[in-house]
Design a protein around this ligand. Structure first.
Ligand code: HEM
Ligand code: HEM
Length: 214
């Protein structure tokens, strides 16, 4: 029986729950605006725009908490991608998610005091938090204040380009969310990771490993 380790400090849990709720509202209102028609939509267009704008602004402020928290606490170290044996490590994790987990194999990169993220989590969390989410809010702010966007850039309609990048980023967040919810069920019990994200404590499955990057 392994002991517990405090993996998710309170600021991460508060940031995460607010971020999750905001992303859900942004996805719903974003889709509602995208498919708006003169016949009307389930959520009124005006309400979708107002909610989307407010949630977008709050999401940006909340992101700042994440960014500064990761910069000034050890949590940021978990997002530094380990390139040592990168392909082999990724492949091991993908193989585990595709087959190993159903064959009840041991996880190749258990979670605990020596390691917070497996290699696949590390890459996707870093890509989401340092590339996709910033892309979505930077393009979102540009759509809020379209006057700041030059009309044309190298002959391209920059408003349409910004809108396209915003929708593509929003699509990325939506796809990530579905995969994230599924992979988060892959603890010893399906609810283990959800409980850990709620309480902050995760089973220390790495008690006997040396601390490689925490
Ligand atoms: C998960 C995050 C987000 C998703 C999935 C999302 C999705 C969308 C979608 C699908 C549209 C409709 C675009 C079209 O059909 O042309 C849209 C519009 C827009 N989004 Fe987002 N968005 C997100 C975050 C944000 C953020 C963070 C901001 C602001 C800081 C923002 C500001 C806007 C604005 C200003 C528009 C134009 C319509 C309006 O005036 O509300 N969005 N978004
Ligand atoms: C209903 C929505 C969501 C639920 C239920 C959920 C659930 C979880 C759970 C259980 C964990 C901890 C276990 C693990 O790492 O797999 C986690 C971690 C994480 N989630 Fe989510 N999530 C949601 C939405 C999101 C969204 C929308 C994002 C980003 C756009 C996100 C980004 C993250 C990140 C970066 C971590 C690691 C945080 C850290 O410890 O530094 N999650 N989530």
């Amino acid at each position: 029986m392994s002991g517990k380790v405090y993996l998710y400090p309170i600021w991460i849990r508060l940031w995460h729950i607010l971020n999750a709720l905001l992303c859900l509202i942004l996805i719903i209102t974003g889709i509602s605006m995208h498919y708006a028609s003169p016949e009307g939509t389930r959520i009124s267009f005006g309400l979708s725009v107002t909610m989307h704008n407010i949630c977008g602004i709050v999401l940006t402020a909340n992101y700042l908490i994440f960014f500064l928290g990761n910069l000034f606490t050890g949590n940021g170290l978990n997002y530094i991608i380990q390139f040592r044996n990168f392909r082999q490590r990724m492949w091991k994790q993908i193989r585990y998610y595709a087959f190993g987990v159903f064959l009840k194999e041991q996880a190749p990169f258990p979670i605990g005091s020596a390691r917070k993220f497996n290699p696949l989590q590390q890459v996707t969390y870093a890509a989401m938090m340092y590339f996709i989410v910033p892309l979505v809010f930077i393009t979102g702010w540009a759509l809020l204040f379209p006057n700041v966007i030059a009309e044309k850039w190298l002959g391209v309609d920059t408003f349409a380009l910004t809108d396209f990048l915003h929708i593509a980023g929003g699509f990325g967040v939506s796809v990530f969310l579905i995969i994230h919810l599924y992979f988060a069920t892959m603890g010893h019990k399906p609810t283990d990771h959800y409980k850990a994200m709620w309480s902050g404590y995760h089973d220390d499955e790495t008690e006997h490993e040396s601390k490689d990057h925490l």
